[in-house]
Design a protein around this ligand. Structure first.
Ligand SMILES: Cc1cc2nc3c(=O)[nH]c(=O)nc-3n(C[C@H](O)[C@H](O)[C@H](O)COP(=O)(O)OP(=O)(O)OC[C@H]3O[C@@H](n4cnc5c(N)ncnc54)[C@H](O)[C@@H]3O)c2cc1C
Length: 377
């Protein structure tokens, strides 16, 4: 019997495994390292793991974050050092944890994880199987994140963008997009967001309005092959079911506005690892993690409501929010706090916004989600 069986060797599974040093752990993945995405995160998320984790992983570093919209508004937030980086995701996961059993998990329950060839016993099962493992969780009646992002992205050749910055775009598709410069190229992508159950349509990267804006910004018309993927979003209420715990995309662990899942996963995996170690020593219960999770969601309630409210707004309002944010002259430090997001949402604007600065429609939406949020947990 293993102490812990981890399903999935993505960032969540790899991170958790690496933090359970004193336990007997098995990590199972049906296609380890196959996820080919670029991800921006804080440099300390990569280097905080170990120097080995960072080896050959960082494709670019950034000291700036730029927000823009299709109306031509640009806001650049500069920091006094390089604090963000773009990573090679699959290399990062492999560097953090390489000891993976290559097998598909068909089902799990109680203390048993079942693959085609084996039945594996473990005291704790950590479901870190991301969106690919949704059928496993559905079969166990585990709640799935409420939102699905349909993403389309491609590589740009020689974009004329500031290589010190990564870019987020508001008012594109039905939510937003990104440009991640690296080397002589860059990645450009857009997201559509849907409530679970709705029919998904992927953004069309050739849509005239968006492409015009991207050309204006990047000077690049050519892109490589367009890749399409889905990605879950929205915190689930329950992350502990008996001796099963959820971490990463399976829990919808991502910032409601900025994404930044790796940063969140890194933080949460450390907490979960401590609780699992204590649980194996019988000095605590696994439900302590559920309690931690509930307090965490409660603490960031305003931020989550704001995120839900924003992506629920029509595109024109989202674009105008960028204009508004520019007018408010929010300090880079505030933006950084907002991106880190794990603490309570606070704005240290140079010119603090008054409540009347915001469109009434947005305030009403935030209020609506706020009331709904009282019943989340
Ligand atoms: C295009 C794109 C861009 C993104 N950009 C960013 C970004 O800039 N910054 C950021 O922080 N985040 C970003 N994200 C989000 C981030 O990539 C995810 O939140 C993160 O990868 C989740 O990690 P995870 O380990 O939970 O899931 P995954 O990385 O999906 O890992 C799950 C693993 O489980 C395995 N698995 C699934 N089912 C089974 C099964 N039945 N049996 C065995 N194994 C199974 C899969 O093979 C996979 O390896 C982006 C996502 C996408 C798609």
């Amino acid at each position: 019997m293993y102490d812990v069986a981890i399903i999935g060797a993505g960032f969540a599974g790899a991170n958790l495994a690496s933090k359970l040093e004193n336990l007997d752990v098995i990590v199972i993945d049906r296609s380890p390292g196959s996820k080919d995405v670029s991800a921006v995160t804080f440099i300390d998320v990569v280097e905080g793991n170990s120097s080995a984790a960072a080896d050959g992983v960082i494709k670019s570093t950034y000291s700036k974050f730029t927000l823009f919209n299709t109306l031509g508004d640009i806001i650049e937030y500069s920091f006094d050092q390089e604090i963000f980086c773009l990573v090679d995701y699959s290399k990062l996961c492999k560097n953090i944890w390489n000891d993976v059993v290559n097998a598909e998990v068909i089902s799990y329950s109680g203390n048993l994880v079942v693959t085609k060839d084996e039945k594996i016993k473990a005291r704790v099962i950590a479901d870190c199987s991301g969106i690919g493992g949704e059928s496993l969780r559905a079969a166990n009646k585990i709640q799935l994140p409420p939102v699905i992002n349909a993403l389309a992205f491609q590589q740009l050749k020689n974009p004329e963008v500031n290589k010190d910055s990564f870019y987020l775009i508001m008012g594109f598709a039905n939510f937003g997009g990104w440009i991640y410069p690296h080397g002589r190229g860059g990645e450009f992508g857009m997201a559509n967001r849907f409530k679970r159950g709705a029919e998904l349509t992927f953004p069309d990267l050739q849509m005239a309005k968006e492409l015009e804006a991207v050309k204006r910004f990047t000077g690049s018309e050519e892109g490589g092959e367009v890749l399409k993927v889905t990605y879950p979003y929205g915190f689930v209420k329950k992350v502990v079911y008996g001796n099963t715990v959820l971490l990463g995309d399976s829990a919808g662990l991502t910032h409601p506005v900025y994404g930044m899942s790796l940063h969140y996963i890194s933080h949460m995996s450390a907490i979960l690892a401590t609780i699992i170690e204590e649980y194996i020593k019988s000095t605590t219960k696994l439900s302590d993690y559920q309690r931690y999770w509930r307090n965490f969601i409660s603490g960031i309630r305003t931020m989550v409501c704001r995120g839900y409210a924003i992506w629920d707004m029509p595109l024109e309002i989202q674009e105008n929010l960028v204009r508004l944010q520019k007018r408010m002259d929010i300090s880079p430090r505030s933006i950084l706090e907002d991106i880190r997001g794990l603490r309570k949402y606070d704005v240290y604007a140079k010119n603090p916004p008054s409540i009347t600065d915001y469109p009434v429609k947005l305030l009403l939406k935030v209020l609506f989600y706020w009331f709904k949020s009282l019943f989340w947990i």
